[in-house]
Design a protein around this ligand. Sequence first.
Ligand SMILES: [Zn+2]
Length: 177
Amino acid sequence: MESYSKNIMPCAACKLLRRRCTKDCIFLPYFPPSEPEKFAAVHRIFGASNISKMLQQEIPVNDREDAVISLVYEATTRLKEPVYGCASLISSLQMQIFQMQSKLNEALAETVTLKTQLANALSIIISSQSHQSNHITEKNNFNLIDFQQLSECNINDNASNARLLDLPVTDSYLEHM
Ligand SMILES: [Zn+2]
């Protein structure tokens, strides 16, 4: 293998492993020297040899970058959570999903209740307005009949007029008309 170059820094893996980095180094594209902590984590948890084999033999080139990201994530989490590793995060997130789902179900149930109450309230309002509308129509019809009856009456028929106007029909009233 050709030496990478004395002018270019070796990748983080080669630097940690104290070996010569080449342009064909499997770690070079994924572990830049500016982020040494990433390779340190995966090396400690999975081992450099296993990472190398995984990248070269098991993972297609196009998927290697994503694989390294997930390996670094898993290794970093495992270093922080030696017992459960990523499983602790997964468990915590699943608990949050369960709690959120419960709240969502409560909110949906409340929405159904409120919609029912709204529908009932609207039904009462519509029923009330319909009743008032009928009452006004009846009243208008009654007034129309009054007007027609009055117009048909003899203007000198005071007794008839008084009855239609619901006035007390008395002799003194008739005398003064
Ligand atoms: Zn290297």
